[in-house]
Design a protein. Sequence first.
Length: 210
Amino acid sequence: MSLPDASVIENQILELENFELTMNPQLLDSTKFIPHPSIPTPGDFYFQLLGLYLIKMDLISAKFLCKRIPSSVKSSHPSLESLWNLGRLLWRNDLPLFFASANRILEDSFQPQSLVFIVQKLLSDKQESVLCLIENAYSCISIEHVTRWLGLPEEKLQAIISSRDWEICNNKKYFFPRRKKIVDDSFQVQASNTELMSKLAEFMCFIENH
C-alpha cells in the first residue's frame, strides 16, 4: 500500500471532515449509520480521520476528534484506541515510549493491516525527524543513547548510520553525524534555519529530561 502525498492527504481530511459535518452525530453512534464503500462503519470513519491527522502531525485536531468519538464506537473498534495511545505519546513528546509502543504493534501479527500501515508511517516519519535533529545538533553521539531513543536494535541503527554516510568511531560506541548541505536560496535558508532552531530547542529539552 503506497502513501498519498501531502496534498492528497489534505484532500482526504477535508472530505472526511465534510462527511462528519453533514452527518447527524446520532447516526455515527447507531445502527442507522449508512455504510459507504470506503467507510463501512462509524469506527472506520473515525479511524481513517484520526490516522490522517496523526500522519499530518495535526495533534490538536486528533485530540479533539478523540473527544468526540462516541464511547460505543471506541469499544467496538480496538484499533482506534491503539492508534490514539500512540497519539497521546506524541502529544506528550514521549518518544522512547512512542517508539516502543509502535514497534510492539508492528510485531503483533494479529493487528489489522490498516493499523499496521499507519503505524509504519508514523514510526518511519518520527525516526527520520529525530535523525535529522541529531544530524544538526551533534558532532558525536552515543550509539547506545540513540538506539534507546529510537527503540532500534544496534545492528539496524548501524545500517542507518552507514546509509546516511555517517562515521562510526573505532570503539563502535559513538558515531559522527554529518550535516547535509543546504542549497536553497537565502529566504528559504532563513525560514529553514528558524524552523530548525525551534525543533533543536525542543529536542535538546527532551534529551535533558531523559
